[in-house]
Design a protein around this ligand. Structure first.
Ligand code: PMP
Length: 420
């Protein structure tokens, strides 16, 4: 029993009907970016055709149309992640910019030499390097939550990392390599017991299951539009109002000021304080349209569908001789992301190697069969070091993938493996 009619969803994504090398495209690189439904493309084209003008500063009708769409998008995002207020929703270029914004402004305001940030073994480079830049600038120290061999963060060890120098925790919700759903609610609770705020990298969680920032009680959350059927170039930084009020601006320019003179400049309140320059207001409308689209299906249903796919894929992949799948504990029957995290099962992302075949060779030969996967270190080299590999092949699923596509992947791997 499907959670929803996948065939009708696929009809909204014309790119999925493409053939490559005369084979039907099997797109399993959704953790890198997702395809876009027609409604998103139409909404953006429509805005360029009918409502294009710079936002916030025009007195004229067209500018008001564009501003209304842009601010309506902020409200759509607020509702989607259940933030208290639209002043907690900052438009960014993506997860990377959100993480850099917090690393930079938080350390400027609240950290001094020797102060510590806690990250985890399974971070994407975008949640490591921004902190390292601050480490270089002012000598802050990175501490790392260790991970078990089967890809789970060690919460006991995590608790021991706190000292009176710990100023912030920055941790991914879902690993983009292992698919592990981290128990972020516990991670946040423990940090708060130490009086420390938490930044969550939601790049791989927000697109896949309901994320409620008030329920998690996270202080910051960043995610990208392009990984959730929206356009490239737009992302969201959620921040609790009390934090955004206290952080200094990230970049200076138009839109973010209240009054400028050569002697003294005063800034807008959040979120505009963090939105210097003309925003990609076409993309924010596109993202809101994508959110309306997934909401009309229901994030819980999308999660159920992708859990089914993940479960099926693990069962099938495990029958391949010589395959090594990283992370992924028991295949549990989880109905919520919190249950899934507790049961130790991951979602929508499976990384593996087969025998001695180089991951890049396997990926390239799968491509010849029309199957798009990603290979390499997936911007998580410290995690590769922990796993003791140079890279993996990664298949990642979205709401439009099917069991038939997983069969094609498994069959493709068998064919390639025979060649070696
Ligand atoms: N964090 C994680 C967990 C990711 O998977 C990604 C994208 N691969 C990012 C951060 C960075 O996202 P973006 O490139 O859209 O800024």
């Amino acid at each position: 029993q499907e959670a929803y009619d996948v065939a009708s969803i696929r009809a909204d994504f014309p790119i999925l009907t493409h053939t490559v090398y005369d084979k039907p495209l099997v797109y399993l690189d959704n953790a890198a970016t997702t395809q876009k439904p027609l409604c998103v493309l139409d909404a953006m084209r429509n805005e360029y055709l009918n409502a294009n003008a710079n936002v916030h500063r025009g007195v004229h009708w067209l500018s008001q149309q564009a501003t209304d769409l842009h601010e309506a998008a902020r409200e759509t995002v607020r509702k989607f992640i259940n933030a208290k207020s639209t002043s907690e929703i900052v438009f960014t270029r993506g997860t990377t910019e959100g993480l850099n914004l917090v690393a930079s402004t938080f350390s400027d305001e609240f950290m001094k030499t020797g102060d510590e940030v806690i990250v985890s073994t399974m971070e994407h480079h975008s949640n490591i390097v921004p902190w390292q830049l601050q480490a270089r600038k002012k000598g802050i120290v990175l501490k790392v939550i260790p991970m078990t061999d089967d890809g789970k963060l060690c919460l006991d060890e995590y608790e021991k990392l706190f000292t009176d120098k710990t100023k912030i925790v920055s941790c991914t919700h879902v690993s983009n390599v292992l698919g592990t759903i981290n128990p972020v609610k516990d991670i946040i609770r423990i940090a708060h017991e130490h009086g420390v705020p938490v930044m969550i990298d939601g790049a791989q969680s927000v697109p896949h299951f309901p994320v409620d920032v008030q329920d998690l009680d996270c202080d910051f959350l960043a995610f990208s539009g392009h990984k959730m059927y929206g356009p490239t170039g737009v992302g969201i930084l959620y921040g609790k109002e009390e934090w955004l009020d206290r952080l200094p601006p990230y970049q200076g320019g138009g839109e973010m000021i209240e009054h400028v003179s050569f002697d003294k400049t005063t800034f807008e309140k959040p979120p505009l304080k963090f939105e210097a320059g003309t925003p990609d207001y076409i993309a924010t409308h596109g993202l809101a349209t994508a959110i309306d689209y997934v909401s009309s299906i229901g994030m819980a249903k999308i999660f159920a569908h992708e859990q089914n796919l993940t479960r099926y894929a693990l069962q099938q992949l495990r029958t391949i001789d010589g395959i090594k799948i990283y992370g992924h504990g028991p295949v549990a029957d989880a109905t919520s992301a919190i249950d899934a995290a507790t049961a130790g099962c991951g979602e929508a992302v499976i990384s593996f190697n087969v025998g001695n075949i180089h991951h890049a060779d396997l990926g390239t030969l799968l491509d010849r069969l029309g199957i798009a996967v990603r290979t390499g270190h997936h911007c998580a080299q410290p995690l590769m070091d922990r796993l003791g590999v140079l890279g993996t092949v990664r298949a990642s699923f979205a709401m439009y993938n099917t069991k038939e596509e997983i069969d094609a992947l498994v069959e493709g791997i068998r064919r390639v493996a025979k060649m070696f």
